[in-house]
Design a protein around this ligand. Structure first.
Ligand SMILES: NC(=O)c1ccc[n+]([C@@H]2O[C@H](COP(=O)([O-])OP(=O)(O)OC[C@H]3O[C@@H](n4cnc5c(N)ncnc54)[C@H](OP(=O)(O)O)[C@@H]3O)[C@@H](O)[C@H]2O)c1
Length: 283
């Protein structure tokens, strides 16, 4: 299984997303089973956020982890911009910790940039790291200029990860964000790695003939090919979300799927690398 090192922790390059989970009590049992299936298949990282269902996704994660030792999982949570300041961040973090039922997060992300000066947010993140309630911190939805500004901010170089939208249909960050992160040895956490199930738009990926042919050649699904493509490069971890146990298992297994040089060339022709700056894709 491909791995990624965040801070000093070596993790499987496929983790588990949780957006939209925990919202409907009728789906809870299946969603818990999906998270557990992902862990059983070898995933370790679970990505959640205070924003997701107003804490409902965090509480679902807490339920799914009952019976697991805390060290078995690498928990990522996110603070909303409105709480990413010296007055509110710690209370917000404490609430998230209570929701999940743990006393620390392995990684705490600034969900997206708001109006608080970056210096204040960074200083608070470093202070909270020193308390032990978070082991590391990172950012999300940062563009190249944001990352450069972060690097100029006192203590900003303690950031260990940037989480941005990245999938084979949305390669904008390859132009300037990803090269910068690679130069700094800062891993990328790719969100929406299977383009939200390719449900937006016209199934342009799931119906793509090249993706389908490659999936068939490996006897896997198009989604697994999309994931193998995202993590084909070092320093990238993907966090697909699924509410279906069998999909969770397949997604994690994509960590063992290696695309051939020829397949990567075909995919490059079908979905070319951007040749100029793109606006940062976000959802
Ligand atoms: N930092 C941010 O601002 C931000 C933004 C968005 C997302 N995220 C994080 O990234 C995670 C992933 O992104 P996402 O949820 O937007 O999109 P995604 O993971 O690209 O897509 C999720 C959708 O894909 C389907 N799917 C997943 N695996 C599949 C498989 N093997 N076969 C068939 N369908 C499959 C799921 O449906 P089924 O349930 O039917 O499998 C679900 O509807 C989120 O859950 C969240 O943790 C972060």
């Amino acid at each position: 299984m491909k791995t990624v090192t965040i801070g000093k922790t070596v993790l499987p390059a496929i983790g588990l997303g949780t957006w939209h989970m925990g919202d409907d009590p009728r789906r809870e049992k299946q969603e818990i089973a999906a998270i557990r299936a992902g862990l059983t298949a070898g995933a370790q990282l679970i990505d959640t956020a205070e924003m997701y269902g107003d804490g409902r996704a965090e509480r679902l994660v807490g339920k799914a982890l009952q019976g697991y030792a805390r060290e078995q999982v690498y928990l990522v949570d996110k603070v909303l911009p409105a709480n990413a300041n010296a007055v509110r961040m710690e209370a917000s973090l404490d609430q998230s910790l209570r929701n999940v039922g743990t006393d620390y997060f392995d990684l705490y992300l600034y969900h997206w940039r708001g109006s608080t000066p970056l210096e204040e947010t960074v200083s608070e993140l470093n202070r909270l790291q020193a308390t032990g309630k978070i082991r590391h911190w990172g950012v999300s939805n940062f563009d190249r200029a944001d990352l450069e500004e972060l690097w100029q901010t006192p203590g900003g170089d303690q950031c260990v990860v940037n989480q941005d939208l990245y999938n084979i249909g949305e390669r904008g960050i390859e132009y300037d964000v990803l090269p910068w992160q690679q130069a700094q040895k800062m891993p990328l956490m790719a969100y929406s790695p299977v383009a939200q199930g390719d449900t937006l738009g016209t199934q342009r990926l799931t119906n793509n003939r090249v993706l389908r042919a490659i999936a068939q050649a490996h006897q896997v699904s198009v989604f697994q090919v999309m994931l193998a493509w995202v993590i084909r490069q070092p320093g990238v971890i993907a966090i697909p979300q699924t509410s279906q146990p069998e999909h969770a298992q397949q997604n994690v297994q994509a960590g063992d799927l290696y695309l051939t040089e020829q397949e990567l060339i075909q995919l490059q022709q079908e979905f070319p690398t951007p040749t100029q700056k793109q606006p940062l894709a976000m959802i």
